[in-house]
Design a protein around this ligand. Structure first.
Ligand code: AP5
Ligand code: MG
Length: 216
């Protein structure tokens, strides 16, 4: 199964993709994580991405599409994967459809995780992220067992610089202007499913799995 998780910044795409990838044994492909890993390694791609990410803008399509298509050419995506944060523009969505179609494959479902705007702001202001494996935590709703340390790998937790309030507001604007049109795109292709993402993490996970079972 090729599944896309669509949602505003802070909707819980990364959180749900982690749960689903374990549950369904599928690779988790997060474009934002790929950019942040490239930046950790100080590669040309990472430095280029940083100049957009720090302003809350999208990295240009050409660069993003190339990076993701290279990643999904690996064996672990041969029979499916979960996309988190990609596609984010119509051109990215079309490029993904074309690349999969060339191999006789297709996106099965695009799941929109809907969350009210005030809740998005609450979630992003309390988020902590593992520097090594990118697992997200929240100071209030899902704190790590030991302060500052990842439960899964022991990595250091940090706050993303783009979670600062002004940048979050820009990211939300960009989401509604450039990514929200994808809802129509997948609706027209009969691939859109929606889930109420405003509940607790476990409740949302149950709903996500329920919706996928119903749709299959
Ligand atoms: P990216 O890293 O993709 O960020 P985003 O889309 O803005 O989304 P987030 O990662 O902020 O939120 P999320 O939905 O994953 O929420 P999470 O699960 O962490 O992109 C960053 C930047 O990279 C972009 O601005 C752009 O510059 C660039 N980029 C990336 N992809 C690109 C692309 N395709 N094209 C161009 N540029 C691209 O949860 C958030 C918090 O809430 C956590 O603390 C979590 O613990 C908590 N939480 C989660 N679920 C719940 C719940 N149900 N209840 C309570 N708390 C919850
Ligand atoms: Mg994320």
């Amino acid at each position: 199964m090729y599944l896309i998780l669509l949602g505003a910044p802070g909707a819980g795409k990364g959180t749900q993709a982690d749960i689903l990838s374990e549950e369904m044994n599928l690779a988790h492909i997060a474009s934002g994580d790929l950019f942040r890993q490239a930046l950790e390694r100080k590669t040309e791609l990472g430095l280029l991405a940083q100049s957009y990410m720090e302003k809350g803008e999208l990295v240009p399509d050409e660069v993003t599409i190339r990076m993701v298509l290279e990643r999904i050419a690996h064996d672990d995506c041969a029979s499916g994967c979960i996309f988190d944060g990609f596609p984010r523009t119509l051109d990215q969505a079309r490029a993904l459809d074309e690349a999969l179609a060339a191999q006789g494959k297709a996106v099965d479902k695009a799941m929109y995780i809907e969350v009210p705007e005030e809740e998005l702001l609450r979630r992003l202001s309390g988020r902590w992220l593992c520097r090594s494996c990118q697992t997200p935590y929240h100071a209030v709703t899902s704190p790590p067992q030991a302060a500052g340390k990842c439960d899964k790998c022991g990595g250091e937790l940090y706050q993303r610089p783009d979670d600062e309030e002004e940048t979050v507001r820009e990211r939300l604007k960009v989401f509604f202007a450039q990514t929200a049109p994808l809802l129509d795109y997948y609706e027209r292709g009969n691939r859109l499913v929606k889930v109420n993402g405003g509940l607790g993490i476990e409740e949302v996970a149950k709903k996500v799995i329920g919706v996928l079972e119903e749709a299959s």
